[in-house]
Ligand binder design. Structure first.
Ligand SMILES: [Mg+2]
Length: 412
């Protein structure tokens, strides 16, 4: 094991751990050697990246620390602060039980969707890092082992002239040739100059023609060197989405993402079943329950959960398992720092149906500085063999890029 518990505890003493399943039966259970580690504290700090990333650190009485990340957004640190009483004294190896416990205890804060789910996910990711370090095994191993040694990364691309097909094609060429990616994504909800009223979600024919011109320019520029997805950010009506998806059929796009708003899965299914253009969605629904109908009714061709948004590493693996019953691949949405990106990669290594993990920060310049290790190389993440996530936070870089008014972790 490598951890000398005799240095921490009297090995002959009898220790009891809180076990919620046991407590509900009116008993407490003793745990064996190797499991008598307790959570002592949880802290967060926010980093000012291209999104305000919430980093999470879980501390234990064994001196081992786990690092996680919640999906970006206001409120996650406060919610994690409110979770402390439910985690202190607990055994960090019971990841699933602790996570379900948090979903139950945080129901008043709204743990069926939104920031409460993403805050719990940040803790869940940190628990995977922590459990891996306690057991001295990589996080993917906790999830059943590897299907692959490296996980494909797709690069979310932007240009200042986002509505110019030529500029998009030139950026695609640059990202393939200079940055080394073989998988890209561009936004397709860009202004065409032909809009009459964007609130009604209707796409006029010249708007569709403009979007087709972007897709044609980009896909013809990269050819078979890269797969290219296009994101619509929940913008269009059902009928318009069908017309757009149909118009894109000759261009063999990797997928068309979120053509309609995320609430109505019936409309999503109608679009998916109307076209040979692969349709992806799932980034804006929460937990396995939110993804259930998308999968069961085959309302998408590709399910696209965001790991720290949807509820964490195991939640994503559970969604992937359900999707696999419908022979459906998983493309993980991701806008996180290296911490949750690497955690998504561990999930991607451990599930059969992983298509790719997104990278959304290529314009930032210091994304990888937050950790000591290399993360993305030539468009792929090599899955580390070090314990947990296999990353070490660079505290100087975290301090340099903290959101104004944030404090660094106490230990640093
Ligand atoms: Mg998207």
């Amino acid at each position: 094991m490598g951890i000398d518990y005799s240095q921490l505890r009297d090995p002959n003493a009898e220790y009891t751990m809180r076990d919620l399943s046991a407590e509900t039966m009116g008993v407490t259970r003793e745990r064996g050697q190797g499991r008598d580690v307790e959570i002592t504290d949880i802290q967060t700090t926010m980093v000012d990246g291209n999104f305000p990333w919430t980093l999470v650190r879980i501390y234990t009485d064994a001196g081992i620390v786990g690092t996680g990340e919640a999906y970006w957004g206001a409120g996650a640190p406060e919610l994690i602060e409110r979770m402390k009483p439910f985690l202190r004294g607990e055994n960090p190896l019971d990841i699933d039980r602790l996570t379900e416990h948090l979903f139950q205890k945080m129901s008043g804060e709204g743990s069926v969707g939104g920031v409460t789910v993403t805050a719990i996910a940040g803790v869940e990711v940190a628990l995977h890092d922590l459990a891996g370090k306690i057991l001295e095994t990589p996080a993917y191993q906790l999830m059943g082992g590897k299907y692959r040694d490296e996980v494909r990364v797709y690069c979310d691309c932007h240009t200042e002239e986002e509505a110019d097909p030529i500029a998009c094609a030139e950026e695609a060429e640059r990202v393939v040739e200079e940055l080394g990616y073989d998988a890209l994504k561009f936004d397709l909800d860009v202004p065409s100059g032909h809009e009459k009223d964007r609130a009604n979600r209707h796409l006029r024919e010249p708007e569709i023609a403009h979007k087709v011109s972007i897709v044609e320019a980009v896909t013809e520029a990269v050819g078979h060197r890269a797969d290219v997805a296009f994101d619509c950010h929940w913008t269009f009506s059902g009928g318009s989405a069908k017309r757009l998806a149909s118009a894109l059929e000759p261009y063999d796009v990797w997928w068309l993402e979120d053509p309609v708003p995320p609430e109505n899965h019936d409309v999503q299914r109608e679009i998916t079943q109307s076209t040979t253009t692969p349709i992806a969605a799932g980034e804006n629904v929460y937990r396995k329950h939110g993804q259930r109908r998308l999968i069961e009714e085959q309302a998408v061709d590709i399910i696209a959960p965001d790991m720290p948004k949807v509820g964490g590493m195991r939640e994503t693996a559970k969604i992937a398992d359900k999707a696999d019953m419908y022979y459906m691949p998983v493309a993980m949405h991701n806008v996180s720092s290296p911490v949750a990106t690497m955690a998504s990669a561990h999930v991607g290594a451990a599930i059969s149906n992983s298509l790719a993990v997104e990278y959304h920060s290529y314009e930032l310049g210091w994304w990888e500085d937050l950790v000591e290790e290399d993360v993305i190389e030539d468009g792929y993440i090599q899955i580390p063999e070090q314990p947990g996530l296999g990353l070490t936070l660079d505290m100087d870089a975290v301090a340099e890029h903290m959101v104004d008014g944030e404090e660094l972790f106490d230990e640093a």
